[in-house]
Design a protein around this ligand. Structure first.
Ligand SMILES: Nc1ncnc2c1ncn2[C@@H]1O[C@H](COP(=O)(O)OP(=O)(O)OP(=O)(O)O)[C@@H](O)[C@H]1O
Ligand SMILES: [Mg+2]
Length: 326
């Protein structure tokens, strides 16, 4: 049985692509005289943490102590990210401010009950040697104080092969497990992590195989585990739940609970967060994945990239969770 109350005692290092999700809410009452487009009169603005920041949201909602590592720009968006992290009481010593790298920002314009437009601001260049060295130094001072490391790769250039190697090696030495949510064609980049959590599409692309049957998924999983030297692989399958692969064991299918879905975005962030907390608290792969599946099922029934609370998880897990994974 996983003791969810213990999650608040866990220290988690999250390293990855921090982003700012920006929402502009407004009204449309005319078409622009300049071009055949609606004019949105903005009434409200809101901002949330996105990318690796949403993994941090999920971990903080469980009460875990988070140490964040990544980079933001020196402008207003970077300040907002840092402020939001500090409001969650996250240690931001490891967040580097790079002058020539704007903070990744995704702006959604919402009016008349729908999203009208999304504007992305990002530069996907790989981290500089200086940033890599700075992150390596900071990691060295923190890694042995952590219970878990989560690498949240959104392919914005922070998570390079070299950086992964510099995380994995000291983590192994300190006996800290490393989970990574991949976004790459080549999973060998994640060599040595404890668990990878791709979705089905990412797994198919990285394996260079189509995945339509359980046999095809098993073949793709075997290939990916060999490529990245993995002992554990969790493939998320949207409303079909998830499949776990572990060296020397038969695959385990965890079905999702049918529910009304509002917004699936961010479900993957919930999965890696809860899987990590479960494993770090001593649960088996199957038990931790079962909890992650439950949590993701709750999150997709909420609007926007949401998180799940300890109480919600407890309520939903009583009975169902105990009987299946306890
Ligand atoms: N329609 C759904 N009904 C119930 N659970 C769902 C549904 N969609 C997703 N989930 C849950 O969320 C988990 C992750 O979903 P998915 O495989 O879509 O990940 P993802 O593509 O990485 O998500 P995202 O990138 O949007 O965060 C699934 O394994 C499942 O537990
Ligand atoms: Mg994902």
């Amino acid at each position: 049985m996983i003791n969810i109350d213990k999650f608040k005692d866990l220290r988690v290092l999250v390293i990855g692509d921090l982003m700012l999700d920006e929402y502009l809410w407004g009204k449309v009452d005319r078409i622009s005289p300049e071009a055949p487009v609606p004019v949105v009169a903005v009434e409200k603005e809101s901002h949330t943490l996105g990318g690796a920041g949403n993994v941090i949201n999920n971990l903080s909602a469980m009460g875990a102590k988070v140490f964040a590592m990544g980079r933001v720009g020196t402008g207003q968006a970077g300040c907002s990210v840092l402020k939001k992290l500090e409001m969650l009481r996250v240690d931001v010593t490891g967040v580097i401010r790079e002058a020539d790298c704007p903070t990744t920002r995704k702006t959604r314009i919402i009016a008349a009950g729908q999203q009208m437009l999304r504007i992305d601001r990002e530069v996907r260049h790989c981290i500089s040697v200086q940033t890599l060295e700075a992150l390596t130094r900071i990691l060295a001072g923190y890694i042995d104080k952590m219970d878990l490391v989560i690498i949240s790769d959104y392919d914005k250039g922070l998570v390079t092969r070299e950086l992964v190697a510099r995380i994995v090696e000291p983590a192994r030495k300190s006996g800290v497990m490393t989970l990574a949510d991949p976004k790459s064609m080549d999973f060998s980049k994640y060599m040595g992590v404890t668990v990878l959590t791709p979705n089905k599409k990412e797994a198919a692309i990285a394996a260079g195989m189509q995945i339509q049957t359980p046999e095809e998924m098993a073949a793709a999983a075997a290939k990916l585990m060999a490529v990245a030297g993995l002992e554990k692989l969790l493939i998320t399958c949207g409303k079909a739940g998830m499949v776990l692969y572990e060296t020397g064991k038969t695959a385990v299918v965890i079905a999702s609970k049918a529910r009304q879905v509002f917004d699936v975005s961010g479900a993957g962030d919930t999965v890696i967060s809860l899987l990590g907390l479960g494993l770090a608290s001593g649960a088996t792969f199957k038990a931790a994945a079962g909890l992650a599946n439950l949590a993701a099922g709750i999150v997709v029934a909420k609007v926007g990239t949401a998180t799940v609370s300890v109480d919600e998880l407890k309520q939903s897990s009583v009975g169902r969770y105990r009987e299946k994974f306890g």
